[in-house]
Design a protein around this ligand. Structure first.
Ligand SMILES: *[C@@H]1O[C@H](CO)[C@@H](O)[C@H](O)[C@H]1NC(C)=O
Ligand SMILES: *[C@@H]1O[C@H](CO)[C@@H](O)[C@H](O)[C@H]1NC(C)=O
Length: 475
């Protein structure tokens, strides 16, 4: 009897227990949702004052307004920056995520000079399968310690050692371009990008892949395809989940390319660390095998692979795009081209000897041409940080978690600092240098990487010119 009673009560208790667990879970779900909604509503209210382009809808934000195609979206953003040039910042809600666009030097400076706002935008996570958590994708302490370890590998004397490779590959490029002299117009970007790939491969990994003479290398194809797939995926929210991504053909191709890319770097890595051959040139990878952090720890193979892959990705396309636009602007401005030609004659005369570092220092006008090209067509025209704490920009409170979108393309067209901004005037750099404005506005990247590493500014000059990959991608 007592047993039966106990059993019944026990069952009731069990049922009651189960019911309360279920309702507890339900309640906590509801509570979470409510909390989320409350914080969203609060954010919405607190950011209300920040100017925007049109009315945003709850949850959707401005999603319906935005162009889906990457190129059109970029043009749309640039149009806004032109239309709202007089306004310090613009707010856009991307779904429930707030984004502020910054394109005035004073306001960009607030973010880039802060030693705390170093978190990469969440979109960088799609680079992680390939690049791991290297300099481009990492943040916080990992980023800080890596950045410190890698800085010595960009010392002037080391970069000087890479000049031979650059000369060799540049000669091949010139021979290829010579065939087109007095022929019809052609797209030079393809030639340039293969040359840049050859240079970065040999300087980073010590391996000559001969992309310029054989453009059908499996590795080269994988580099291209991978970059394409990553940018495609960022724009397509339904491809974001890894498991789901594999259900698509592109997901499989992504996986296959990943294997080719990692195997290539790993093979180099194993080859280099065991060989110790003396007659070979030292590559970036060899330097990484010997660097240590403050406690004397070396980088693991995995760490090194991350960094080498990162430089493969960053190091060729940014440079190729900059050379491409420089050639375009030189071609469209014959008077500028003439001046560059004269300067080259002054330095080299009739000689066809390879260029030395001393020569490069003398090519001051060419340097102005490159800077002016990067002003009009920055290799990274737009990039983002995720704010790790609240901050104040032009009297507006911008909340933690906001994506700060910085737009060098518009920043470099501010008529207050660059009169007639659309005009290609290399001379303006000489003027700017005299006014010492260079550091603050045109090369804001340089300022940014300096504050982020607390390093001395004495070696600024070479860093600005010889580390395009590091600086233009703000790693
Ligand atoms: C290279 O320059 C040409 C102009 O000559 C331009 O149309 C093209 O978009 C550029 N390519 C890249 C990838 O920037
Ligand atoms: C920074 O540079 C200055 C002068 O260029 C030099 O005197 C100083 O020792 C440097 N500091 C460090 C920490 O390297």
């Amino acid at each position: 009897m007592a047993g039966l009673w106990l059993g019944l009560e026990g069952q009731k208790l069990l049922l009651w227990g189960a019911a309360s667990v279920v309702s507890l879970a339900g309640a906590s779900l509801v509570l979470n949702l409510l909390q989320w909604a409350a914080s969203y509503a609060q954010k919405w209210r607190q950011m209300r004052r920040i100017p925007t382009v049109a009315r945003a809808y709850p949850l959707l934000g401005h999603a319906l307004l935005m162009k889906r195609d990457g190129r059109e979206f970029f043009q749309q953003i640039i149009q806004y920056t032109e239309e709202y040039r007089h306004i310090p910042l613009l707010k856009l809600w991307v779904g429930p995520v707030p984004m502020v666009a910054l394109y005035n030097a004073e306001n960009v400076e607030v973010i880039l000079t802060s030693s705390k706002q170093i978190d990469k935008s969440s979109m960088y996570k799609f680079l992680e399968p390939w690049l791991g958590l290297g300099l481009l994708t990492s943040t916080g302490n990992k980023w800080r310690s890596r950045r410190k370890m890698l800085t010595p590998t960009f010392h002037f004397t080391i970069l000087e050692g890479f000049l031979d490779i650059m000369n060799e590959q540049a000669n091949i490029l010139v021979k290829k371009l010579e065939k087109h002299v007095n022929q019809e117009a052609f797209n030079c970007f393809f030639y340039i990008t293969l040359c840049a790939l050859d240079i970065i491969c040999e300087t980073a990994m010590g391996k000559n892949i001969g992309a310029q003479s054989n453009d059908d290398s499996e590795y080269v194809r994988a580099v291209y395809r991978m970059s394409e797939m990553i940018f495609h995926r960022i724009k397509m929210p339904w491809l974001w989940l890894d498991l789901w991504y594999l259900m698509f053909k592109e997901g499989w191709e992504h996986k296959k390319s990943l294997k080719i890319l990692h195997t290539f770097t790993n093979d180099r890595l194993i080859g280099r660390s065991s060989a110790h051959s003396k007659n070979k040139r030292r590559a970036f990878l060899d330097l990484l095998l010997s660097v240590t952090d403050d406690e004397g720890n070396r980088l693991s193979h995995e760490d090194i692979r991350e960094e080498v892959d990162t430089f493969m990705f960053e190091g060729h396309d940014t440079t190729a795009v900059a050379i491409n636009w420089s050639l375009y602007l030189l071609g469209s401005n014959p008077e500028v081209q003439k001046k560059v030609d004269n300067e080259l004659d002054d330095v080299f005369g009739k000689s066809v000897r390879p260029a030395t570092v001393e020569d490069l220092k003398k090519l001051r006008y060419l340097e102005c041409v490159i800077k002016e090209t990067l002003r009009l067509f920055p290799s990274v025209p737009i990039f983002a940080r995720s704010l790790s704490e609240d901050c104040e920009v032009a009297g507006y409170r911008v909340l933690k978690g906001t994506e700060a979108v910085i737009i060098p393309y518009a920043l470099h067209r501010d008529p207050r600092y660059f009169p007639n901004p659309e005009e290609f005037q290399p001379e303006r750099n000489a003027v700017l240098e005299r006014q010492r404005l260079q550091c603050d506005i045109c090369s804001h990247q340089r300022a940014s990487s300096r504050t982020r590493t607390n390093q001395n500014s004495s070696n600024n000059h070479f860093q600005c010119h010889l580390k395009p990959a590091v600086n233009s991608l703000h790693v």
